[in-house]
Design a protein around this ligand. Structure first.
Ligand code: SF4
Ligand code: SF4
Ligand code: SF4
Length: 256
């Protein structure tokens, strides 16, 4: 059987999602036997960008070069999967949008003259068509491997856009917000992590991004009032949303 040509493309990101994928794929021998990595941005001897069956793209688009690269990858890839919250929503780097870009660059880099960033931070779907968005910071490696098994070995994934609360209920976690008044963004956040934070008694801070299939501006506004009652102010909520759901904020705003 011909091996599926897979490209692992890195944009502005921390490599956490790619590492999660590389650690996890070793547990899926059938998948390992079925893929051939033809491009990996971080390995110089793996740079072919032709006839890609599946492109895994980590990171958000913050430079002109990245915008052109993503368009090229899209034109060559049969299936494009955005992996991680940077790629699906913009990620933590979106926190600098609206700030003085020059000041941010000067504060961050010893040789700022080499940096050419755009003022905006774009999720992949703002630049090209994305076939599957798999958020998470980092992405869940098993979820990505299972999706790849479906895409490469046959069948199509049926996405179920549930929220973190559903995962809490399924595994019987006591709700930290109801039982202890701990602020938790689980009701409006995409599931997929297995409710890791509530399992350890912490509130969810939304790192999988807003579940926009069930959350609209009105619901988010009402939920922000609930959060205020348990001690999370509008400023903190907006900061979390900017870090982990930036691209969704163009459609959903917290009511003033
Ligand atoms: S989503 Fe999180 S883990 Fe993945 S590349 Fe971005 S910052 Fe890193
Ligand atoms: S702990 Fe958070 S995610 Fe879990 S049920 Fe309560 S509100 Fe939902
Ligand atoms: S519970 Fe929330 S913050 Fe914690 S890993 Fe899951 S989505 Fe991220």
């Amino acid at each position: 059987m011909r091996r599926a040509a897979v490209a692992i493309v890195k944009l502005t990101s921390c490599s956490g999602c790619i590492n999660e994928f590389l650690y996890t794929i070793a547990s899926y021998p059938e998948l390992l036997r079925s893929v051939s990595i033809v491009h990996a941005t971080e390995f110089q001897d793996l740079n072919t960008l032709e006839d890609i069956d599946v492109a895994l793209v980590e990171g958000s688009v913050v430079t002109q070069h990245q915008e052109e690269l993503v368009k090229e990858v899209r034109s060559r890839a049969r299936t494009l999967i955005a992996i991680g919250t940077c790629a699906t929503f913009g990620g933590i780097q979106a926190g600098r949008v609206g700030e003085d870009l020059r000041k941010v660059i000067l504060a961050s880099y010893p040789n700022p003259d080499f940096i050419s960033a755009l003022p905006d931070v774009k999720s992949l779907d703002r630049v090209v068509k994305v076939d599957f968005n798999l958020s998470g910071c980092p992405v869940n490696g098993d979820a990505l491997a299972r999706l790849l098994v479906k895409v490469i070995l046959g069948g199509s994934e049926v996405p179920i856009a549930e929220s973190v609360c559903s995962e809490c209920k399924r595994v019987g976690v006591l709700c930290v917000m109801v039982s202890r008044g701990v602020p938790c963004l689980g009701p409006v956040t995409l599931g997929g992590c297995g409710a890791i934070c509530p399992r350890f008694g912490r509130g969810c801070y939304g790192c999988y991004g807003l579940n926009t299939t069930v959350v609209d501006g009105e619901r988010l506004a009402r939920f922000s009032e609930v959060l205020e009652k348990v001690g999370m102010g509008r400023g903190d909520l907006e900061a979390f949303l900017k870090y982990f759901s930036f691209s969704a904020l163009t459609k959903i705003r917290v009511r003033e």
